[in-house]
Design a binder for this molecule. Structure first.
Ligand SMILES: *Cc1c(COP(=O)(O)O)cnc(C)c1O
Length: 462
């Protein structure tokens, strides 16, 4: 399988090179040159597979010989052996029309582990094969950082530096990142918000000289390996929700920030998984909801919410979807993205908007609605939702229709966001691995938000 850039100015490369490149050298995002299509027969066979077996089949389609199958199998098996649930991503039924797909059974209790356990092992494998050091640089609104660090801590041949917005991640997220004392980990706590962190990373990666000199590698959700790892659970959950009924109408409702997770669902659908509706749930930072409703993509005012991992204005994976919306026309995408840089907005024509609305439903959840959803599901179903998941569930309740079954993606364990849970007077007991974090010393550097300051820190760490 070849990978190409949404902006068309990168020569086709294989899977491993695409993983290493992260952001495409022309500023675009890497996509497979052809989306593999999965037949109904193959889907029938996949229905019986375990999570790891299914992951191996799906990766095989996208890796296509770039990594020998037995090595790929070991990478996949090692990555999902760290999960606490034997099913890896179990589906829990809440009522006749709604289930939650629990994606939080990995080491850091958030769905990012599914992709980053794999990516961490993959980087380590590549570093051994190429006999070279890999420097990972990433920005986080909380979950990515913890998960990325957990994926590579202590691994030889890898150093990782993570930027997070100072004081704007939850206590548990901060502890998960900063209590790691491995020498290959650097935490920078940046005075600013997540969009500032993300902008710094984007600009440092755009400096191709710098990127090459230090073998800089990305961990954020623009990395194609992360998207591919996330397609697996759409297949896995679909099989459980549809229960072998080919006429079943299975929706997915996805708490969305950078558009990585829901893009994986879109990709699964394009591969042939008969998904009914993809529901895009946002919080009050609702640029994507407005795009789906009005066809205008324009950052709004920044809101702090109870679901900080979705407090995002510019969704870094969105360009991948635009690429398919515009019929894989990289010239059109280059023009659109240039226009976005200049005018700060993208407006799509009416016919494209109709396609968008056929691809997605969208709903932005207000802060009080998020808490109310947590409260009512706790009371009526005895199930505690985290605030991100609650956005997905609230959107499902709004947009799913009679006769449909909706799988809401549960992207984090509620223990990670106790600040919000406590506001509605629910007391929870932390799982033991989270409780243990409170007794460990924290290691981090607080820095200003200029590129120079960050570069200086990086140079002394590398
Ligand atoms: C990252 C994250 C999201 C958003 O996922 P995207 O791929 O950025 O859209 C939602 N919920 C939680 C808990 C997250 O960590």
């Amino acid at each position: 399988m070849d990978y190409i850039s949404t902006r068309g100015k990168v020569e086709a490369i294989g899977f491993v090179d695409a993983v290493l490149m992260g952001l495409a050298n022309d500023g675009g995002l890497l996509v497979p040159s052809l989306i593999p299509s999965v037949s109904a027969d193959t889907l029938n066979q996949w229905e019986k597979l375990s999570y790891s077996e299914l992951a191996l089949e799906i990766f095989t389609l996208f890796v296509d010989g770039d990594i020998p199958r037995e090595d790929l199998k070991k990478l996949v098996d090692d990555s999902y052996a760290t999960f606490r649930d034997p099913e890896v991503t179990p589906v829990r039924r809440l009522n006749d029309s709604l289930s939650v797909l629990e994606l939080f059974h990995g080491p850091t209790f958030a769905f990012k582990d599914i992709a980053l356990q794999f990516l961490g092992n993959l980087y380590s494998y590549i570093s051994r094969k190429n006999n070279s050091i890999i420097h990972i640089l990433g920005a986080t609104s909380g979950d990515t950082g913890a998960s990325a660090i957990e994926g590579v801590r202590g691994k030889e041949g890898i150093r990782i530096c993570i930027l997070h917005p100072h004081g704007k991640v939850s206590k548990v997220q901060e502890l998960q990142m900063t209590t790691v004392n491995d020498a290959n980990v650097l935490n920078l706590s940046v005075e600013g918000n997540f969009d500032d962190c993300q902008r710094i990373i984007k600009e440092l990666f755009a400096d191709v000289d710098f990127k090459h000199r230090y073998h800089l590698r990305a961990i954020n959700s623009i990395n194609i390996a992360r998207i591919l790892a996330q397609t697996v659970y759409y297949f896995y959950a679909y099989f459980q929700a549809a229960k072998g009924d080919p006429a079943a109408k299975v929706n997915f409702s996805v708490p969305t920030g950078n558009f990585g997770d829901i893009f994986a669902g879109y990709l699964a659908k394009r591969m042939g998984l008969p998904v009914n509706k993809l529901i895009l749930a946002t919080n009050e930072n609702n640029i994507l909801e407005r795009f789906v409703r009005e066809g205008v993509y324009e950052p709004g005012e920044f809101h702090m919410t109870y679901s900080p991992s979705m407090d995002i204005q510019v969704a870094s994976n969105f360009e991948r979807y635009l690429y398919y919306l515009y019929g894989e026309d990289s010239q059109a995408i280059s023009a659109l993205m240039d226009g976005f840089k200049k005018d700060g907005r993208i407006v799509i024509p009416e016919d494209k908007l109709r396609t968008v609305q056929a691809d997605f439903g969208a709903y932005g959840v207000k802060n009080d609605e998020c808490l109310a959803t947590i409260g009512s599901y706790h009371k009526e179903n005895g199930y505690l939702l985290d605030p991100h998941t609650a956005c997905g569930v609230a959107a499902a309740d709004k947009l799913a229709e009679a006769g449909e079954v909706t799988v809401a993606l549960s992207t984090a364990h509620p223990a990670k966001f106790d600040e919000a849970i406590r506001l509605i007077d629910i007391e929870q007991t932390y799982p033991a691995p989270i409780q243990a974090l409170f007794n460990k010393p924290q290691i981090q550097k607080v820095v200003g938000g200029s590129n120079e300051e960050i570069t200086e820190q990086l140079l002394s760490f590398f």
